[in-house]
Design a protein around this ligand. Structure first.
Ligand code: THU
Length: 136
């Protein structure tokens, strides 16, 4: 794996420690690499009203967008699982808003790694919407 992706995994792994997970205990870290080279990180934030929980991936991307970044090349996701995890359906759609071809690098705390493309996990994220929604 190239060093940029290794660095991205390291950033995701570091921010995972900030996860606020009093309900599940399942900490996730994410780091998104912008086209500009900047990296933004996020960890999951749970809520007593469970459905309001925000995944690490969306926190990372929201932080990047708030800083003026909208072009992304890769996102790393780290969790302490036996197999690398991939973003949930909601996050896939959220990521596809900005980067339908995003590279997803998943890693475990035990060194497992996997690379996938968002377009494989979520084909046609905007089909039927772009043609019918009037975009201002
Ligand atoms: N979670 C993430 O942050 N990212 C994922 O890719 C999978 C799920 C969080 C949401 C919730 O806080 C906990 O993990 C259990 O689902």
């Amino acid at each position: 794996m190239d060093t940029q992706l290794t660095d991205l995994i390291r950033a995701a792994s570091a921010v995972r420690k900030q996860a606020y997970v009093p309900y599940s205990g399942f900490a996730v870290g994410a780091a998104v690499q912008c086209k500009s080279g900047a990296v933004f990180v996020g960890s999951n934030i749970e809520n007593i009203s469970y459905g309001l929980t925000i995944c690490a991936e969306r926190i990372a991307v929201a932080s990047a967008v708030a800083a003026g970044q909208r072009e992304f090349v890769a996102i790393a996701v780290v969790a302490d699982t036996s197999e690398p995890i991939v973003p949930c359906g909601a996050c896939r759609q959220f990521l596809a808003e900005f980067a339908p071809e995003l590279i997803i690098v998943s890693a475990t705390m035990r060194g497992g790694q996997k690379i996938e493309s968002l377009s494989h996990l979520l084909p046609d994220p905007k089909r039927g919407i772009l043609e019918n929604v009037h975009i201002h």
